[in-house]
Design a protein around this ligand. Structure first.
Ligand code: FAD
Ligand code: UDP
Length: 398
């Protein structure tokens, strides 16, 4: 083994695939779960044949041409465009907030400029009422972007449920992902390239690791005893670690805050349960944040007329025995993270990467791009000093 990769999510797999195929390294990838792919994993449900995303709907979207070329080596993509709706007080609205949402909410027929003027006036009223410069909280940012009424209806309750933190105490960056549009474009993502892997994420990921120099070991925890555990490998082999960074250092600088999700998955005896793949629930009195109905992710496939798989998503703080999914990123977390980064620098044989290893909110395309950077700037110089990186060309070859 030339390199040990801890975690078979898209970050770890991209590192492993490129190191094996382009650098000729023998790479062992371990994952504590019984499947590769991390949170992006999907397979066909054996009972209904529906492609189920085990950790919630995963939508692939990127404007990075290099990432898009790379992933197309392993899978084709459908032309699926993600559209989300949200329920507020018994009424369904399009999300993200666009002219359709605004006109439905205010029972109006505004054009783009009138809607902009209305929201600007609401934001100005708010600034006058609070009498100060807005702070950098999620609440301040949202109210200045969409005004108080839309914020109270669509953001406040949902965000409080999802983060169990008052939105006035959350960083504004959490909602900077969500656009506000003064037209009727209700696509959830604005990226150049979007779609879902034609045969599902499972098939994509299987193709990615199908290489004679990649040895995948599932059900293998880095913190357990054994030949691929921390005790046996630390200091003996270069390691790319994509698990939680605080766990690697035995929480020496304190526990970082993580959120986890619970999915309540059922098979409903109908051909269509909600008419779309994701329905958000904006109100605080509904305990779940959203319902996924997976058949709608693949409208090009034939599905049973009387069975559909739905999953209600509940969010809560992660305890030590839960899978950590989202970094909470409170000010205290950011202080701890700096201390973990300092500890990581003192351990040059181990590279920390991915969502858990860097404590950053990474989408799939960002994880892949970040893995490219690690390979190009750290692993190539380490294993082949003086060698230039091999670029992926426009046709996907190297
Ligand atoms: P992960 O996918 O989290 O992989 C890390 C792997 O490390 C896991 O398989 C884990 O089991 C393993 N591991 C951890 N500790 C150990 C250990 N001690 N020993 C062995 N293995 C270990 N991205 C999008 O682009 N679009 C979406 O729609 C989208 N939706 C998401 C929805 C949810 C609920 C979540 C949680 C994430 C979503 N993402 C989405 C992001 C995506 O799932 C990944 O988080 C992202 O691709 C980063 O990949 P990663 O490899 O860093 O992390
Ligand atoms: N959000 C909201 N209402 C919604 C959808 C999103 O308030 O109907 C906020 C919420 O704070 C969430 C953030 O916008 O955490 C980002 O939303 P996104 O759908 O990107 O979150 P993810 O799918 O990553 O959980």
């Amino acid at each position: 083994m030339d390199l040990l990769v801890v975690g078979a999510g898209l970050f770890g797999l991209t590192v492993a695939q490129r190191c094996a195929s382009e650098l000729g390294l023998r790479v062992t990838v371990i994952d504590s779960r019984p499947h590769p792919g991390g949170n992006a994993w999907s397979t066909r449900d054996p009972e209904t044949g529906i492609e189920v995303h085990r950790y919630g709907s995963h939508l692939f979207h990127t404007s990075n041409d290099r990432v898009w070329t790379y992933v197309n080596r392993f899978t084709g993509f459908t032309d699926y465009r993600h559209r989300v709706y949200t329920v507020h007080r018994g009424e369904v609205f399009p999300m993200p907030i666009n002219l359709g949402t605004i006109n439905q909410f205010f029972r109006s027929a505004y054009g783009p400029d009138q809607a902009r003027a209305l929201i600007a006036a609401q934001a100005a009223d708010e600034a006058q009422a609070t009498g100060g410069t807005p702070d950098e909280s999620l609440e301040s940012r949202a109210v200045s972007l969409i005004g108080r009424p839309l914020y109270e209806a669509f953001i406040r309750g949902y965000t409080a449920k999802q983060w169990q933190t008052d939105p006035a105490h959350l960083p504004a960056s959490v909602i900077s992902r969500l656009p506000v549009r003064y037209n009727y474009d209700n696509r959830y993502f604005g990226d150049t390239h979007q779609g879902l892997p034609v045969d599902g994420y499972g098939a994509w990921i299987e193709r990615m690791i199908d290489h004679p120099s990649i040895d995948l070991r599932l059900d293998t925890d880095f913190f357990a005893d054994g030949p691929f555990g921390r005790a046996a490998t630390r200091g003996r082999v270069p390691i790319v670690y994509t698990g939680p960074i605080d766990r690697y250092f035995d929480h020496a600088a304190g526990r970082l805050g993580w959120r986890t999700l619970d999915f309540e998955t059922t098979i409903e005896p109908v051909g269509d349960f909600q008419g779309c793949s994701v329905m958000n629930y904006a109100d605080a009195d509904v305990p779940y944040t959203r319902i996924h109905e997976f058949r709608h992710l693949h409208p090009e496939r034939q599905h049973s007329p009387d069975a559909t798989v739905v999953a209600r998503e509940y969010s809560r703080f992660a305890t030590d025995s839960d899978e950590p999914y989202y970094p909470v990123n409170s000010p205290a977390d950011r202080d701890r993270l700096l201390r973990y980064r300092a500890l990581a620098t003192a351990e040059p044989q181990v590279k920390f990467g991915g969502r858990l290893g860097t404590y950053r909110y990474l989408d799939m395309h960002m994880a892949i791009a970040s893995a490219f950077t690690l390979v190009d700037t750290e692993l190539v110089p380490k294993f082949y000093p003086g060698r230039r990186m091999i670029a992926v060309n426009r046709n996907g070859g190297t």
